[in-house]
Design a protein around this ligand. Structure first.
Ligand code: AMP
Length: 399
């Protein structure tokens, strides 16, 4: 953003205000709104006006019974009170992101004012990356700023296609986007070693590309969560009723046999249950010898010690995915212990990045978000960056 002359200009800015709402449309987590505030304030201070655009949910996938858009549910108007409060000034709302009213407002807006447009996904052109729609959005501003890291992996009209209508001098990344990209680089470009990746969550299949890349660039890959049992089976273990993806066993074998590259650490023992329930009967078993009728729902006490040792010796740590079914209190200990060890390693000087929905939820729930180096706001976008992909929203501004 620093190369742009903002004075007296109107900025059309893509933000990610796709926040969770309760049944009364109250925002339950405003992180994505607070994350955009520094960029908006900086632009206002430089003498410009700001027109904000975002999506919220998937309105065209969840139409009302009569086939119309559920405006009441998906309107960005829900954001206005919280946004105005955080900005410390009134934000005007336009109930369309295209059309006459938006155009008129863009011509009348004065320096220092902020306007929020209606949900960009009310139009099918948004997700299709429609050029006409992108041009109409581009017509609303002199400068395009993208601070929506959460949707940077989508080639949508407002996140990528729009950038082609601005010159290099008139487009740039916001601070959130900058900081997400910088932090991802700390892990992917010359990380301080040893570099340990902690990967958990339900399935190997969701994180195949990430695992393959990490096997090349990390020193240690710690595997926890449901995906550990596909690896256990690949090693010839008995996994009982644990979650196993039979069609990923070959990949797991390949990763384990790679010879060079990362050392894979699998949980020595597992906290098991006789049903997928918090109230089920519980027992600890060696992860290679889980009896029939039992399933691993968390890493066990030995695995916690084993993983803690690796984590505390690391200088760079990436964490994506919980170590167990942490939503159930009896199977949250592994995730909690790993979060505490990542925080401890950070206190001792390591760099730590937590990225991806559920591990972010876990550190937030455990009130450890301030004790790690960086918590990413973009689940899918961060995963794709770490996989080594170029994000369309980034390429559109950079190239
Ligand atoms: P992901 O979205 O891939 O990071 O997966 C997160 C989900 O994986 C959470 O909802 C966890 O409950 C679930 N999970 C973690 N460990 C296990 C396990 N051992 N068995 C089944 N599900 C698990």
């Amino acid at each position: 953003m620093n190369h742009i002359d903002f004075k007296g200009k109107t900025v059309i800015m893509r933000v990610d205000f796709n926040v969770p709402l309760d049944d009364n449309f109250k925002i339950t987590d405003d992180t994505r709104i607070t994350s955009a505030i520094p960029t908006i304030k900086a632009i206002l201070e430089k003498g410009a006006s700001v027109i904000l655009m975002s999506h919220l949910g998937r309105p065209l996938k969840k139409l009302k019974e009569d086939g119309s858009i559920n405006v009441k549910k998906f309107t960005l108007k829900h954001i206005i009170p919280v946004l105005s409060e955080h900005l410390g000034q009134e934000v005007a709302f336009i109930d369309d992101c295209l059309g006459e009213e938006a155009k008129k407002k863009s011509e009348q807006i004065k320096a220092g004012e902020v306007v929020l447009l209606e949900n960009t996904r009310f139009y099918p052109g948004e997700e299709k990356g429609d050029k006409d729609m992108a041009q109409k959005l581009a017509d609303l501003g002199d400068i395009y700023i993208n601070d929506a890291f959460g949707t940077a992996h989508r080639a949508h009209a407002s996140t990528a296609v729009i950038a082609q209508f601005f010159t290099k001098e008139n487009k740039g990344f916001g601070y959130l986007m900058d900081s997400e990209l910088e932090n991802a680089k700390k892990v992917t470009d010359n990380p301080e070693r040893p570099f340990t990746a902690i990967i958990g969550g339900a399935k190997v299949s969701d994180k195949m590309l990430l695992l393959e890349r990490l096997s090349e660039i990390a020193d240690n890959v710690i595997i926890g969560g449901g995906m550990a049992y596909t690896f256990m089976k690949a090693k010839g273990g008995k996994t009982g009723n644990s979650l196993v993806e039979d069609d990923r066993i070959e990949l797991a074998k390949k990763l384990l046999d790679a010879g060079k590259g990362a050392t894979f650490h699998l949980p020595e023992d597992s906290s098991c249950a006789d049903a997928f329930s918090n109230d089920a009967k519980r027992a600890t078993h060696n992860s290679m010898e889980i009896p029939d009728g039992w399933m691993g729902l968390d890493i066990g006490p030995e695995a916690i010690k084993q993983f803690s040792e690796v984590i505390l010796k690391s200088k760079t740590i990436l964490w994506n995915g919980p170590m167990g079914v942490f939503e159930m209190s009896h199977f949250a200990q592994g995730t909690k212990s790993v979060a505490e060890k990542v925080a401890e390693a950070t206190k001792n000087g390591a760099y730590s990045l937590v990225g991806g929905g559920d591990s972010v939820a876990a550190v937030t729930q455990m009130e450890l978000a301030d004790d790690v180096s960086f918590v990413s706001t973009g689940g899918g976008a961060m995963l794709e960056l770490l996989e080594g992909k170029d994000l369309p929203g980034v390429a559109a501004i950079r190239d």
